[in-house]
Write a protein that binds this ligand. Structure first.
Ligand code: MG
Length: 378
């Protein structure tokens, strides 16, 4: 497929309520929407949501928009791209910038699946249409508020609850949660908020029977995670650290984790996400699919990835109304049953932006076509 044109939208999608983690407090999710036009007019859409500032990873939404506009889109416009690997090879001269690369990669896969007339999840090797979704709760004002929300999540049928964890919202919070819900599956997400100096605190967490501790240490660390995993019983799950298949291989070789949470945005797109899944499957490392609070369009590749065979723990797939009064994408994403979501049978990943909401929430746009592509400075 020859890539004829690329449109970019840097958007800010208002949240129902602020989202608090160890990284930041957000009132809107900033994201970049990519529209890719292939020969014959086939159209693919991708979303990549690194957040408003470089606080989850070194990338940030407006920076991603600039890198896509000035560096990555010009590398692929006018090029024949027959596979995700072809696309990644064209993007290789640009170092890092995984979220930016993911926007193009996901849009290409959507266009490719539409050209093939097949649902994306089937095209990447999915083995089940119905997947498990977990609940994810941020930092609250009080423990009582958190306990009420956990009770509601359990009542709604979720099989596991993930708790954001940061200094001041830590051991006492987990202790209260475990006392109130002795049999529920919980894990915590530290969003790289701690260091190896906190080893004693992590040892204390072993007594609470958590399913895993997600990204306890630095966002780019492997060695200290390997040291920590050797000292505690609770499995470590890496998130921020795993930015590519090579990083996943290094984590596996170093025994830095027992789980890897896969996010297509964080690893440069679906092509690399599937490669990370294969590495983990061969090594006996479990996977589940994480999320960045994207729109339903941004969650579409997550839903496809959650159908892969080595996904063995409920994924972060959220109904649109969990975070947004109105979703940017159409249709809105709904769960198919208690803690369950269903991959669509529509060709492609199955979602489009709503044109009116896209126009209303766009902060910056760019349109590039194959003959007119230039490499302007950001
Ligand atoms: Mg995480």
């Amino acid at each position: 497929m020859r890539i004829e044109a690329i449109d970019l939208h840097h958007v800010a999608m208002p949240l129902l309520e602020p989202w608090r983690t160890a990284c930041s407090d957000e009132t809107a999710i900033e994201s970049v929407i990519v529209r890719l036009i292939g020969e014959g007019g086939v159209e693919g859409w991708g979303e990549t949501a690194p957040h408003r500032g470089p606080l989850y990873s070194p990338e940030w939404a407006f920076g991603v928009f600039c890198v896509l506009r000035d560096w990555l889109a010009p590398l692929v416009l006018g090029q024949e791209v027959e596979s995700g690997r072809d696309l990644q090879e064209l993007l290789r001269p640009v170092k890092g910038n995984f979220f930016a690369k993911a926007g193009l990669d996901i849009a290409w896969w959507d266009a490719h699946a539409k050209a093939e007339g097949r649902p994306l999840w089937q095209l990447i090797g999915g083995v089940r249409r119905t997947v498990e979704a977990g609940a994810d709760l941020g930092v609250k004002d009080t423990i009582d508020e958190l306990l009420r929300e956990i009770a509601a999540a359990i009542e709604a049928g979720f099989k596991r609850v993930k708790l954001k964890y940061r200094p001041g919202w830590d051991i006492d919070m987990v202790s209260a949660v475990r006392s109130a819900f002795p049999d529920m599956v919980f894990h915590i997400d530290c969003n790289s908020g701690y260091a190896l100096d906190d080893l004693d605190m992590f040892r204390k967490l072993d007594r609470f029977g958590l399913a895993m501790i997600e990204q306890p240490l630095g966002h780019d660390d492997l060695l200290d995670h390997a040291r920590l995993q050797a000292e505690i019983e609770t499995p470590i799950c890496l998130d921020e650290t795993i930015t590519s298949p090579a990083r996943a291989r290094h984590a596996i070789d170093l025994k830095a984790c027992r789980w890897i949470n896969i996010k297509a945005g964080r690893v440069g797109g679906l092509t690399n996400a599937v490669a990370v899944h294969e590495l983990c499957r061969e090594a006996g490392i479990g996977n589940w699919i994480g999320g960045m609070l994207e729109s339903a369009l941004g969650q579409a590749p997550s839903l496809a990835l959650a159908t892969l065979p080595n996904v063995r723990y409920p994924s972060d797939i959220f109904p649109s109304r969990r975070f947004y009064a109105a979703d940017l994408a159409d249709p809105e994403l709904s769960l198919s049953g208690p803690g369950m979501a269903e991959a669509p049978l529509r060709p492609g990943h199955g979602w489009l932006p709503d044109p009116h909401r896209l126009a209303r929430w766009t902060r910056n746009t760019a349109s590039l076509t194959a003959p007119a592509a230039t490499m302007a400075a950001c």
